[in-house]
Write a protein that binds this ligand. Structure first.
Ligand SMILES: NC(=O)c1ccc[n+]([C@@H]2O[C@H](COP(=O)([O-])OP(=O)(O)OC[C@H]3O[C@@H](n4cnc5c(N)ncnc54)[C@H](O)[C@@H]3O)[C@@H](O)[C@H]2O)c1
Ligand SMILES: [Zn+2]
Length: 398
């Protein structure tokens, strides 16, 4: 060591700061959350300070306003009925549903302006009622206003109830990149109400089921078998089957976040993102005309075939997965998959690079070693993936 290095070392001292913060939040399953006598929402609001009257701002997905009875009025009536516990800081505010709220960032700013104008403090509540997009945008607003206002999510789509809404992430899009700006911020509570699912267009009911098939395929053979046995009921959106599917899927996602060892995704793995590297790319190639769940279904079919070609999944498994997805209502091909760049390469394959870039570190892709067993790999053979693409295209007659 040189004299300079020795003297620099003598002037340097490192103190390690260390702490851990336990998180917990209830995920409640109910029906008729805004029915006057349903205590679920009131109970979660009051869980820390039962005697207090809580200030609340509610943002509502405008895709829900067509419902009956009118939702905004129902929320107001609920707050009035529980006025000893709930102090609505202003009338519920409708915000744009769907990806628009995550893409046009003036909506985020205007929600923050509202919280500023209302003098909302860190012990107040920001409630989001809506699909995954509204939850992501409002979640970001809640997480960043005063560095974190209590946030309650009331997810209203299958996907948001069984996957995104019960998790710890929020985010908005920038420069066309999904979720480029966002944070990890566990909510104060989640309240899932099955009745919202009933008003959902069929297309969205189908799309959300992709995440259930996904989590079954990588984590739970028994659940995969249950989905297969109940595919008739699921394909016709039978209430009891939908309720069981959503709850089991939400539980499996919660288990991964709570016990998977990496809730804030510090590592390189995204264990819940089976079928997602190509799905995210397909979503952006189609400018979100393909729903997230629809893209995930295609991504799962592709990676199932790849898993077979790689010798990981016994042959026939991929066909069983495709047959189930098609029975549930998914189409396993989209013309945008065949788009090529100047070099003739399929653009979808760029999704692997994007996937790695989002997380950093080593490329980590979840494949299948069985119907219920995910396996992580760190290399994807481009030629083999091209063959999987050709198979999928030929299978769809595309
Ligand atoms: N934070 C996460 O961990 C996470 C995980 C997965 C997906 N996401 C995000 O979730 C978003 C997709 O969410 P989504 O699939 O819920 O769709 P969405 O939020 O885009 O909603 C789809 C459409 O349904 C409408 N809608 C919502 N609830 C309805 C109801 N009950 N009845 C009728 N219409 C209703 C909305 O207005 C919208 O037009 C994407 O932005 C995705 O990036 C986030
Ligand atoms: Zn997903």
């Amino acid at each position: 060591m040189t004299t300079d290095a020795r003297s620099a070392q003598a002037r340097t001292a490192t103190h390690w700061q260390r702490f851990s913060v336990p998180y917990e939040y209830p995920v409640v399953f109910t029906e008729g959350v805004f029915d006057a006598d349903n205590p679920a929402l009131r109970d979660v609001l009051c869980r820390l300070e039962p005697a207090k009257r809580h200030r609340v701002v509610v943002f509502v997905d405008d895709g829900l306003s067509a419902g009956k009875p009118p939702l905004l009025e129902a929320i107001q009536a609920y707050a009035e009925r529980h006025r000893d516990a709930i102090d609505l800081a202003c009338a519920p505010i409708a915000v744009p549903g769907g990806e628009r709220i995550k893409t046009e960032l003036h909506f985020v700013e205007s929600m923050q302006q509202t919280l500023f104008d209302l003098h909302l403090d860190r012990h107040s509540y920001v409630i989001a009622v809506g699909g995954g997009a509204v939850l992501d945008a409002v979640g970001l607003v809640a997480a960043t206003t005063h560095r974190g206002v209590r946030h309650i999510r009331i997810p209203t789509t299958v996907l948001a109830q069984n996957d995104s809404g019960v998790g710890v992430k929020n985010g908005v899009n920038l420069q066309g990149v999904k979720n480029f700006v966002g944070s990890f911020a566990p909510p104060f509570a989640v309240v899932n109400d099955l009745e919202f699912i009933l008003t959902l267009p069929d297309r969205d009911k189908v799309a959300g089921m992709a995440e259930a098939v996904k989590v079954a395929l990588i984590r739970d053979a028994e659940f995969f078998g249950w989905i297969e046995r109940h595919m008739d009921h699921l394909a016709t959106f039978e209430r009891a089957a939908m309720a069981t599917m959503i709850r089991r899927c939400a539980e499996l996602h919660m288990r991964q976040i709570g016990h998977g060892g990496d809730p804030f995704e510090m590592g390189s793995a995204r264990p819940l993102d089976y079928g997602h590297w190509s799905a995210h790319k397909l979503e952006s190639l189609t400018r979100h005309h393909v729903r997230h769940g629809e893209a995930v279904a295609i991504g799962m079919a592709l990676d199932a075939r790849y898993s077979v070609l790689a010798g990981l999944l016994p042959a026939g498994g991929e066909e069983r997965i495709c047959a189930l997805l098609e029975y549930l209502g998914f189409h396993l091909w989209h013309p945008a998959l065949a788009k090529t760049g100047a070099d003739g390469e399929w653009l979808i394959l760029e999704g692997l690079k994007d996937f790695q870039e989002h997380l950093g570190g080593e490329l980590t892709v979840t494949l299948l070693a069985g119907l219920g067993t995910g396996v992580e790999v760190h290399e994807i053979d481009a030629e083999r993936m091209r063959r999987a693409m050709v198979w999928l295209q030929a299978r769809a007659g595309g």
